[in-house]
Write a protein that binds this ligand. Sequence first.
Ligand SMILES: [Zn+2]
Length: 564
Amino acid sequence: MKTHLLAVLLATAASFGATLEHRGVWLHPEQYKTPQLAEEWIGKIAAAHLNAIYPLVWHRGGTAWFKSKLSPMAADVPDGFDPLGNLVKLAHARGIAVHAWFVNGSYGGPVTSGVFTQHPDWQLQGGRSGEAWYDLGKPAVRDFQRDLMLECLKNYDVDGLHFDYIRYSGQVICYCDHCQQEFEQKHGFRPMKRSEEQFPALLSIGSNPLGKPTTAKVLATFDHGVPAITVNRLDAGEAVLVNWQAASRSCLALDIFVKETLKRFGTTAKNTYQLNTTQTAAKYRVTEQEKARVWLRELGLPMKLIDESALAKVPKGATVVLVGQYLITEDTATWLESFVRAGGHCLFVDGPVFAIKHAPLQRVTGLRGQAAFFHGWKVISPAPDQDVLKPGPPVDAVKERQRMEKWVEYRTWTVTELVRAVYKGAKKLKPRAWVNAAVFYKKESADKVCQDWYGWLREGCMDYVLPMAYTEKNEDLAKAFAEWRAADPQMERIIPGLSIYSRAGGKTSTRDLDLVRSQLDMCRDNAAHGNLFFSLAYLNDELIKFLSTGPYAGPAKPWYPKRR
Ligand SMILES: [Zn+2]
């Protein structure tokens, strides 16, 4: 608590009387798109003693919640109303700062509507389907987003511009002619664009794999010899294992294999079930399940979601898909064995690594144990003694990794170029405006999506970042602080983003107040100069009372870093 008191004293002294602390919150158009909504929510924001708001002003297929010559106003805004203009007036009247929030990378809408209908070439090519992203590698896309952000800054009395999704969805993305040519100019060779329909494939993946095959036939291996894809026949049925988190890291060759496998299984939308076991659901987030559903739906294979209580309804000969089901009870394992023996099919993706100790699961998968956890770039090659996967040209793993490193460097540069352009333009237009960004809170995760925010802070093309540390685990938040403070000991340019919601059973609700309190204490104990909450929709009366009588009892003006 000493640090906390000292921080408050220092901030107070620095501002000749007024406490300086960034007390921010993100908000969506649903909280300000009509005059009534804005009035209602700004009252709550003021009552909670928050002093900085970050309203979403541009997303969802390129629609705006401000008056723009470049983007249409969102359809759900009353005719003639200017949501951002109204909000800025209301907020500034109460001493609350406004930072206009733009979603840069993610399209956020169906590609059949919005800006991609006019500019189809602005969409990123390659990568996973199901989600549309902007190709920030194209100068036209960066220029458009820069002009749009600067238009907003020019026409509105906002205190700053806020980037979000200022990244890609991954690394292996966009092989359009422009990106290939530009890469070649910079690096002197073409980015790899091999025949991607066949293995070997190079993928950046994480896996807690199964190992020790007994009856399973190994179809493909990772380059350190661990099975990557296996198939096991058991009486009249069959089980196929894809031995990594393929729901989030697939490739064309795997997509083709999975499609062919499920076709061979005779799967239809009516006889394919995604099993989410109770134990796994309780322990792990459902993200992988959702990703798997999207992935297989994109491959033309929709599934019904079931839990263990409904296993009796699964017809004979059907297909059960298990994605990231690390924990499976012995009863369910026993059911799976009799189901497969009777002619059923199983597709395991990222297999049952903790449940493989159950003998029935060993018989179903034809594997009897684990192999060591790994993550990073791996080459997945067809095994020599199988004839299911037709091998493509060989891959030189070392060379491919080097190419990939350069490719990631290039993709990262394209994101940083947009940051630089907006920063430069904003400072020219309004030197006192702040440029800031919501970023992945772990450096490793940020690097994976080409978001070099440590580099932006070093270079000076970003005033401050707001890492989204929405974790409920305080030990993870403590690790994050250690990482941030190693780069920025005084937290001069890092303002933590904290969540005020929790997710349980597929539903979200306002987070437990003790957890909110403990995370705010951690911010103050770690010399943070404030924080930003995600998001306003979860600011209920209880939380308002807690903040305004507790951690935010005294008034404060928004803290900002030193001017560069
Ligand atoms: Zn491209």
